[in-house]
Design a protein around this ligand. Sequence first.
Ligand code: ARG
Length: 461
Amino acid sequence: MWGGRFAAGPSAIMREINASIPFDKALWRQDVAASKAHVAMLGARGIVAAEDAATISVGLDQVAAEYEANGVPVDFDLEDIHMTTESRLAELIGPVAGRLHTARSRNDQVATDFRLWVREACEQADAGLHALQVALVTRAGEHAGSIMPGFTHLQTAQPVTLGHHLMAYYEMAARDRSRFADARARMNKCPLGAAALAGTGFPIDRAMTAQALGFDGPTANSLDSVSDRDFALDYLQAAAQCSLHLSRLAEEMIIWASQPFGFVTLPDSLSTGSSIMPQKKNPDAAELVRGHSGRVIGCLTALMITMKGLPLAYSKDMQDDKSPVFEAASLLALSIAAMTGMVAEATFRTPRMRAAAELGYATATDLADWLVRQADVPFREAHHITGSAVKLAESRGVALDQLPLGDLKAIDARIDDRVFAALSVESSVAARTSYGGTAPAEVCKRVAEARVVLGLDGEGS
Ligand code: ARG
């Protein structure tokens, strides 16, 4: 493509290090779409004869049909998807193919193709997360009243409901979706027409190509257009945060599925066995989701470091932008799908969860709250009194509500027999009716709202 200036061809090493076709062939759909938008505009503006523009457009359709049927051929000499497509086009339609590259450069071409690809990746993440949210609200609705221990420091803290716990992940997924939506909205400007870096002297219509490709409009600065990769970084940041959330859910599934917990039986379809221990059922999918988050964060780090300190405008380093994004997108899609299946199909062992909530003095705060409410004791003092009760119960190896009233009264005379009603795990969760609290009635309200937002009930998206 640049033979005119060179006396010798590139070495084998040059060809290999330069070639992006092994991975950027994934952009072929976007590349064809952008070329078709470009040539239609060249035709409309009379920069290329209407007849030639039509020939090129039909030829591009033919190249696309070949790619669809046989895949994209990988030839290092053709370097990247842009040259591979143009060279095949020339084979099919002859020298008129050479008019396609008028008023553009591979620099604005790749920036456009890649934006189109990343924009779609945002949409795919959104769709995957919507499905995860549907699974979460469905199971949360079933378990709005299922009691389990809530933890801080992974120590039993206060009883919560499983529905409440699952809805925490619904909220995380909602914020993740909004991050992908923000990224998509911000990146939706078209760099095509920035050409190599300075714009072009041809009377192009950038608004026309932008519109044809579904962008909100053209980018405003040609230098920025060909050198900006923050759209890819925005995507990777959203992906990294999302995979981090998924890793926490995965970790909880792993802990809950362990025998000492026994809170959940994971679906066979998302578990594996052991080649030596016949009894084993391992949570490999969840472990891989936990592991993949490290790789997704690595992809983000890789591209940030590639971009750091690059002068304007395009530098070839930027060719390395694609692999981390492609890798992160496929890891993320798999991770979201795996966690969706796990949530949808897990068997929650609610009797085990409830029994665990009875242990560890999870309702101690309820005793303190009762003293505040019924006996007007300042909370700090109530906390101290309750601590003594827990110590006594612990020394006897019994639950708080199994202490005789006399012993409780000996600790503090203001305690009376109404206290026992407050010490059950049911009354503990039922009492937590503050907005966003774990009371089953509250959880049901949040689930109902979420179902509307998700479009499962009534009006929504
Ligand atoms: N394959 C290149 C990339 O992915 C396309 C742009 C090449 N531009 C150039 N001036 N060499 O970044």
